[in-house]
Every structure is written in structure tokens, then in C-alpha cells.
Design a protein around this ligand. Structure first.
Ligand SMILES: Nc1ncnc2c1ncn2[C@@H]1O[C@H](COP(=O)(O)OP(=O)(O)O)[C@@H](O)[C@H]1O
Ligand SMILES: [Mg+2]
Length: 229
């Protein structure tokens, strides 16, 4: 699956250009954070990379119906127990019963939901639901995991719990590709960044130099909190 190579992607909707000439390469390594002001095109780019949308122009390799797993801002959970939410996709993936049990138990343990395994998933709090969505994705051990603002509707404590889980998934070798509007979170998690502005990649590279001294005026303004759209 890796590297994923996006070449000169363009995407338009309703005659409006949303992404223009976006090229990037996703390689194994620490998390890649896609940053940029509201409306920059981060969510659309993530959906293109995962395969939920098809680019109008350009191409993404490897070609596949979908690449990796994805977790959304608002988790989509089955009307079943917490444990069943994890085991179901493992069954779809063809894993044998004992392996499904083993992986589901390990994933629930990792996100601190083992005690809630028999609860209806949709009754969990927002933070617990997002941890479950991450556990479900991580149990599949995907080579790459796309996360679209996974903490956008969570409070600070739930956000920190989710960040720890994401760091754990990354440490076990899954490439994280994630959007966030939370710069503190981006600094904590990012190994590399792609900075989008008005549908174009303005900067891309290792996180530390980007945060310490961005090359572009747009990124500098964004990091100072001046560039809001
Ligand atoms: N299906 C769509 N039809 C029309 N416009 C869209 C569609 N999806 C996204 N957009 C527009 O594209 C721009 C980028 O959206 P998005 O990727 O959600 O931004 P971000 O995630 O960076 O905030 C926004 O102006 C949004 O309104
Ligand atoms: Mg978005």
C-alpha cells in the first residue's frame, strides 16, 4: 500500500475548483498532518487519498477501490455492542473466529473500553465512541489510517486520550494521515506536514522546521492565528 503517490490532483464540485494541482507522497514513518484554514480542502483531499472520491484530474497510486482505513469526525457505529462493532469488520476481512476475539479484546484494552464491551455502542459518550472507532480501525492493522478531525467535537481530556491512542497506533507501524484545526495537537503528533491553502499545497515537509519557521507567508500567518480562511 505504501508509498501512496498523488500526482497533480484536481477536484471540482459544482464548477468550483476545490483542489488544484496537488501532489504529495505518503511514505511509512511518523504521522502526516494535513493543515490549513477552514475550507482549504483538507477533508476533500483525505477522501481522495482514501478513495471515497475520485479526482477530476491527476492520479493516485496504487490504484485501489479504497486505500487503508478511515475514521471521521463523527464516528459511524453499528447499532450493536461495543465488542461487536470491532469484531464485525474483522469477520468481513475473513479473519477466523479466535483471531477476531483476540484482536477485538486487545483493541478494546488499548483504548480503555474493555469494561464496556457489552454496552450498546451508540450509548457511549462522544469520546468513548471516537475511541471505539479508532479501536475498530486499528484492529484491522491497516498500513495507513486516515483521520479527519478526529477530536473536533471532543473536550480536552477526551482529546488527549484520543491523541495517545493515535500515537500508539502509529508506533505499531500504521501510517497516520490526519487533518486537524488544532495546532497544539498538530505539534504534538506530526512528523511531517502538508499545508494547504485555497486548494493548493503551499508547503510540505518535516514538521519541526515547518513549525519553527515556515517558508511561506501563508503558513506563517496561519501559525500566528492570523489566517482564518
Ligand atoms: N461536495 C461538495 N460540493 C461543493 N463544494 C464542496 C463539496 N465538498 C467540499 N466543498 C467545498 O470545498 C471546500 C473545501 O472543503 P473541505 O475539504 O471540507 O475543507 P476543510 O476540510 O479544509 O475545511 C469548501 O469551500 C467546501 O465548501
Ligand atoms: Mg474538513
Amino acid at each position: 500500500m505504501l508509498p501512496i503517490e498523488a500526482e497533480a490532483l484536481s477536484y471540482a464540485a459544482g464548477g468550483v475548483a476545490i483542489l488544484q494541482d496537488v501532489s504529495l507522497r505518503i511514505e511509512a514513518g511518523p504521522p502526516l498532518l494535513i493543515l490549513g484554514p477552514n475550507g482549504a480542502g483538507k477533508s476533500v483531499l483525505l477522501r481522495l487519498l482514501h478513495g471515497l472520491l475520485r479526482p477530476g484530474r491527476g492520479r493516485i497510486t496504487p490504484e485501489a477501490p479504497t486505500r487503508g482505513a478511515m475514521v471521521f469526525q463523527r464516528p459511524v457505529l453499528l447499532r450493536r455492542s461495543v465488542g461487536a462493532n470491532i469484531r464485525y469488520p474483522l469477520a468481513l476481512a475473513g479473519l477466523p473466529w479466535a483471531e477476531r476475539r483476540r484482536r477485538a479484546a486487545a483493541a478494546l484494552e488499548e483504548v480503555g473500553l474493555a469494561a464496556l464491551a457489552d454496552r450498546p455502542a451508540r450509548r457511549l459518550s462522544g469520546g468513548e465512541q471516537q475511541r471505539l472507532a479508532l479501536a475498530r480501525a486499528a484492529a484491522l492493522a491497516p498500513p495507513v489510517l486516515f483521520l479527519d478531525e478526529p477530536c473536533a467535537s471532543l473536550d480536552p481530556a477526551a482529546t488527549r486520550a484520543v491523541e495517545e491512542i493515535i500515537a500508539g497506533i502509529a508506533a505499531r507501524g500504521t501510517k497516520i494521515v490526519m487533518t486537524t484545526h488544532d495546532l497544539g495537537q498538530a505539534r504534538r503528533l506530526a512528523g511531517e506536514v502538508v499545508f494547504l491553502h485555497r486548494g493548493r499545497v503551499v508547503e510540505a515537509g518535516p514538521a519541526r522546521p515547518f513549525f519553527n519557521g515556515p517558508a511561506s507567508a501563508e503558513a506563517a500567518a496561519f501559525l500566528q492565528g492570523d489566517l482564518l480562511w
